[in-house]
Design a protein. Structure first.
Length: 143
């Protein structure tokens, strides 16, 4: 551990970053365009999206306005378990599997797109994914 830089981030920072990224991708806005709109460099947007840097309240409000969502959008689905701190070593450790899924570009895009659907269609997508997951599990168990 000596000489190893340790970054301290919370699960909430990672989840908010994933929500920013998912919404930005759904709207087909580049990191550069979002950065220009909120007065930072695109590298800062990358750090926000990865959870490496915390987003201040005022900056989050600017991001929400740019992405056409209420600020509460970034906190939807958070619960008490999301607030526990995660210590992540810079190069050797990664966040747990659910965090990896939320920060994955494809998963973020899927989530953002599903959010645009009416509730009935969201439920149909959920049912489809559950069926697909069961099929995959059955196939892997029989192999």
């Amino acid at each position: 551990m000596l000489g190893e830089k340790v970054i301290r981030m919370t699960n909430i920072d990672v989840l908010i970053g994933a929500r920013i990224k998912g919404r930005r991708i759904a709207l087909k806005i580049s990191q550069t365009k979002l950065a220009e709109a909120v007065g930072v460099r695109f590298q800062q947007v990358q750090k926000y999206e990865s959870g490496a840097n915390r987003v201040s309240a005022s900056r989050l409000l600017m991001i929400a306005e740019t992405l056409c969502v209420p600020i509460s959008y970034f906190f939807q689905g958070l619960d008490a378990t999301a607030s526990s701190d995660a210590v992540v070593k810079k190069s050797s450790e990664r966040p747990s599997a659910p965090m990896n899924a939320l920060t994955d570009t494809h998963v973020s895009e899927i989530l953002a797109l599903v959010e645009t659907l009416p509730k009935e269609q969201q439920m149909a997508v959920l049912a489809f994914l559950r069926t697909l997951a069961k099929t995959s599990e059955t196939e892997s168990n029989s192999a």
